[in-house]
Design a binder for this molecule. Structure first.
Ligand code: MTE
Ligand code: MO
Length: 157
């Protein structure tokens, strides 16, 4: 059973998985991280829309939970994915390398506002500048989970 930690009636976004400091971050907590603003266009449920979103970088949200990457595994970060889950259990994944500035370094946000107003339901929305379709714009965010989907990885001798 996906336990109560993922319960949308609970406040905050659970940040867990391969992290040293799992946490549950409220909008207030997220608002204390450095804020970024992006304007992006995507195909949503009612056609193509353009909005301005603001909130912390997904990278910073995960960094405050301290990703548990293993220095003995070659390029361990690029084996990892982030699964974003909405309160309705809608899910999407991003590769760690998409948000890591050493790789694609995209400005993916955990948006608190859309066009200056609180995001729908008062919960953050993942915003993925450059995605043409809205599928990864997970709304009503309740969880961000970091994981390496396959065991193993190339350990250095
Ligand atoms: N929580 C949640 N987020 C979601 C979805 C959903 O069903 N639930 N649908 C996704 C899909 S497939 C699209 S295209 C966009 C649609 O966004 P919009 O309804 O704001 O246009 O939201 C995405 N985020
Ligand atoms: Mo969609």
């Amino acid at each position: 059973m996906e336990h109560a930690s993922n319960d949308p009636s609970r406040d905050g976004v659970l940040v867990d998985g391969a992290v040293t400091r799992p946490s549950r971050l409220t909008a207030h907590d997220l608002g204390r991280l450095p804020q970024r603003t992006v304007t992006c266009t995507f195909r949503g449920s009612s056609g193509t829309r353009t909005h301005t979103y603001a909130g912390p970088l997904l990278l910073d949200v995960l960094h405050q939970a301290e990703p548990r990457f293993d220095p003995r595994i070659k390029a361990d970060p690029v084996r990892h994915v982030i699964t974003a889950t909405g309160g309705d259990q809608q899910q999407a994944t991003l590769a760690w390398a998409e948000i890591d500035p050493d790789f694609a370094g995209r400005a993916v946000l955990v948006a608190l506002t859309e066009d200056g107003r609180p995001a729908e339901g008062g919960r953050p929305r993942v915003v993925v500048p450059g995605d043409k379709c809205g599928g990864r714009y997970v709304a009503g965010l309740v969880r961000l989970h970091l994981s390496a989907p396959f065991p193993g990885g190339g350990a250095r001798p």
